[in-house]
Design a protein around this ligand. Structure first.
Ligand code: ADP
Length: 397
């Protein structure tokens, strides 16, 4: 069976067509600027040249139509007809408390995705647009939803509850959900394979460090804790998100700077993090370069970033009573030699010792721990699309 994996953002559609007989990727691509003049489709068939198509497209349905046209195009397509697509897997960011695993989409599932609009206003509406567009164009196949929050639903109440009046949970579902769950799921399962143990036996700390970033503590096959919370704003210092702050700062700054709630939301989500602190960029490569050139604020931003990660690491190792391995993944985790080294520096007390030479790699699945390190340190490139394709294949059968 061939499975189409779809990930819709507010103005983008990412797709991948996977042949489940050997899990090979037949083609992948991105439609950018959907609904904005200058829509661009970049299609990368595995055994053919890349194609770029410029065509203004008003909405996700037209965007998906173009994706399907490209997939069956005699010249740069990879299948003969749409009938070869056996099922479609959709990335959905928020499944609330309803979904601890992937599901076949029906009216009730759509209703729950819609009910989560309130708590995931930036993500769930475009995710649903993608689902509805695909259902319209491919009515005869099963559509599966794979939720970013699902894996974290195994987290115990002691770590998902905030110390707010209980009514905020009962009435408004204010609790910690966690995100990047599909990535934490993939890399932690790969880590168990690399350790040669069953997943349920392992204690793992995963570090998904990209433009957004989150960590997770995993034991007994379950998430014990994760750093993102009610929204992806909580936790680590990210590209443009502040991560943990004293909540009183919100009211203080709103008053001082005369900001509305939506201005403040923007301030914390888009203007903070590495960008706000360094004044240089949200991209860690730029911040590292500026720090290297002597920029003091860039150096400070990096120190804050590293210190926050170390804080969570200590917390998680304490909660797990030790761990078998750390896993670095996503843009920064897979590629930044400097950041990985800085995070693992001076952790020998916890049994974490990196081999600086082994660590000089980018984007490869390797163990970079010193031979005498008690804890393995893995770099594992994440593959959320593969998890979505596998779940889709399993549920479509
Ligand atoms: P997203 O959260 O948007 O999915 P990614 O996981 O693709 O992000 O990570 C993108 C980020 O990875 C970039 O913003 C950049 O900061 C970081 N990055 C990529 N390569 C490197 C590198 N060699 N050194 C440091 N940071 C890197």
């Amino acid at each position: 069976m061939k499975v189409l994996v779809v990930n819709c953002g507010s103005s983008s559609i990412k797709y991948q067509l996977v042949d489940m007989t050997d899990e090979s990727v037949l083609a992948k691509g991105l439609v950018d600027r959907v609904g904005i003049p200058g829509t661009l489709l970049k299609h990368e068939p595995t055994d053919k040249d890349e194609v770029v198509i410029k065509k203004d497209l008003p909405d996700h349905t037209e965007g998906m139509k173009l994706v399907l046209d490209v997939l069956i195009n005699p010249e740069y397509g990879v299948i003969k007809s749409m009938d070869e697509i056996g099922a479609v897997g959709h990335r959905v960011v928020h499944g609330g408390e309803a979904f601890a695993e992937s599901v076949v989409i029906d009216d009730q599932v759509i209703q729950v995705i819609r009910e989560c609009f309130d708590i995931a206003p930036l993500h769930n509406p475009p995710n649903l647009m993608g689902i509805e567009a695909c259902q319209e164009l491919m009515p005869n196949v099963k559509h599966i939803a794979v939720f970013d929050t699902a894996f974290h639903q195994t987290m115990p109440a002691k770590n998902f509850m905030y110390a707010l009046p209980y009514e905020s949970y009962e009435q408004f579902k204010v609790r910690r959900y966690g995100f990047h769950g599909t990535s934490h799921f993939y890399v932690s399962h790969r880590a168990a394979e690399m350790l040669g143990k069953s997943f349920e036996e392992c204690k793992i700390v995963t570090l998904h460090l990209g433009n957004g970033g989150s960590m997770a503590a995993i034991a007994d096959g379950k998430v014990v804790d994760t750093s993102m919370g009610f929204t992806p704003l909580e936790g680590l210092v990210m590209g443009t998100r502040c991560g943990d702050i004293d909540p009183a700062i919100v009211f203080f700054l709103m008053e001082k700077m005369n900001l509305s709630a939506s201005d403040m939301n923007n301030y914390l989500n888009k203007k903070s993090g590495m960008l706000g602190l360094s004044g240089v960029s949200n991209d860690l490569r730029d911040v590292l370069e500026a720090a290297e050139a002597g920029n003091e604020r860039a150096k400070l931003a990096l120190d804050v970033y590293i210190s926050r990660v170390k804080g969570y690491l200590g917390n998680y190792v304490a909660q797990l009573n030790g761990c078998d391995c750390l896993v670095f993944t996503a843009g920064v985790g897979e590629n930044s030699i400097e950041i990985r080294e800085a995070i693992c520096e001076n952790l020998d007390y916890l049994g974490i010792k990196m081999d600086a030479d082994k660590n000089k790699v980018r984007g490869k699945e390797v163990d970079v721990a010193a031979n005498d390190s008690k804890v393995r340190i893995f770099i594992i490139p994440t593959n959320e699309e593969l998890v979505i394709a596998r779940d889709t294949y399993r549920l479509a059968q």
